[in-house]
Design a protein around this ligand. Structure first.
Ligand code: MN
Ligand code: MN
Length: 306
């Protein structure tokens, strides 16, 4: 019975690559799977797919119309998954996030490790199962690890992520430092994007203290370039909050060159955000030096403050 493998909505490079990698591994082990995606690849992922001449995955809106069972990678929370997740069986999860808002009716294979990237977890599964990583897939997987760890600058980075990139770079035959910076810069091409696209591309939803919280992250090499568009960004966020019922929207604008984030906060409760990061919000904004990771440096303190 065929199964679909996919990462979260608004896919990043890891969500797309981890699905391809885990699908390949499962098929090598005898399963019948197809890697798909819950959205179009972002600019960074497009750069990666072009570089390694890999096609973009097919995009699905629902799963039940094609399969009875699915495998999740790079996420587990229901609101980040396919819309009809409750109507299909989840047989496998491979992830590196907190576990929340997730339950199944049947037993499953669930493999989570607190590493910097889901593709690192999957690389370990290749080794464990003695399956060789093909050169092209190695290139994709090292790209995902560089993306999630911001070339090892994110505090989510572990020694295992660095080691995996070094080993995968040998298989793929790429200079990962040069390639990695080019790849990250390709993802910061913001001028061509609308405000709507900027606040959607890497956004994730969370439930905290009974509130619908939306957190988006935009990577840049120049904070001023993004904040020159602040008024239009606020308008776009207010519109999304209204249309989708978000109580609170946090826009993380992260400078990948010096690993700092400036936060724009739209919605309520503002004071909870101030408390979470021990900052004063000035004109709905705060600078968070050294903060680059939503998962490790933004979600946990915010959750705690709620
Ligand atoms: Mn991801
Ligand atoms: Mn990831």
């Amino acid at each position: 019975m065929k199964e679909l493998v996919f990462g979260h909505k608004n896919p990043d490079t890891d969500a797309i690559v981890a699905a391809k990698a885990f699908s390949y591994l499962q098929n090598q082990l005898g399963a019948d799977t197809e890697a798909v995606a819950l959205g179009t690849p972002n600019e960074e992922t497009k750069f990666v797919l072009d570089y390694f001449k890999e096609p973009a995955p097919r995009i699905i809106k629902t799963a039940k119309n094609e399969v009875a069972a699915v495998m999740l990678v790079d996420h587990n929370e229901a609101q980040q998954s396919v819309d009809d997740i409750a109507e299909v069986q989840v047989t496998h999860v491979v992830d590196h996030h907190r576990i929340a808002n997730f339950e199944t009716a049947a037993p499953l294979f669930y493999h989570a490790e607190p590493l910097g990237c889901c593709s690192t977890v999957i690389y370990k599964l290749f080794k464990q199962n003695e399956v060789t990583v093909p050169a092209k897939l190695a290139g994709l997987m090292l790209s995902a690890i560089i993306s999630d760890t911001l070339l090892f600058k994110s505090p989510t980075t572990t020694a295992q992520d660095e080691q995996a990139v070094k080993e995968l770079a040998k298989i793929a035959g790429v200079d990962y430092e040069t390639y990695g910076l080019d790849m990250l810069k390709a993802g910061t091409n913001l001028g061509s994007k609308t405000e709507e696209e900027l606040i959607t591309a890497d956004a994730k939803s969370f439930e905290m203290g009974g509130k619908k919280v939306r957190i988006d992250q935009v990577n840049t090499v120049d904070l001023n370039e993004v904040f020159a568009r602040e008024a239009a960004l606020r308008t776009a966020i207010e519109k999304q909050n209204k249309e989708n019922g978000y109580d609170l929207f946090l826009l993380m604008v992260t400078n990948i060159m010096n690993s700092d984030t400036r936060l724009l906060v739209v919605g309520e409760p503002q004071e909870t955000v101030a408390k979470a990061f021990n900052v004063k919000l000035v004109d709905n904004k705060a600078d968070l030096p050294g903060v680059v990771s939503r998962k490790k440096q933004v979600v946990p303190p915010l959750e705690k403050a709620f």
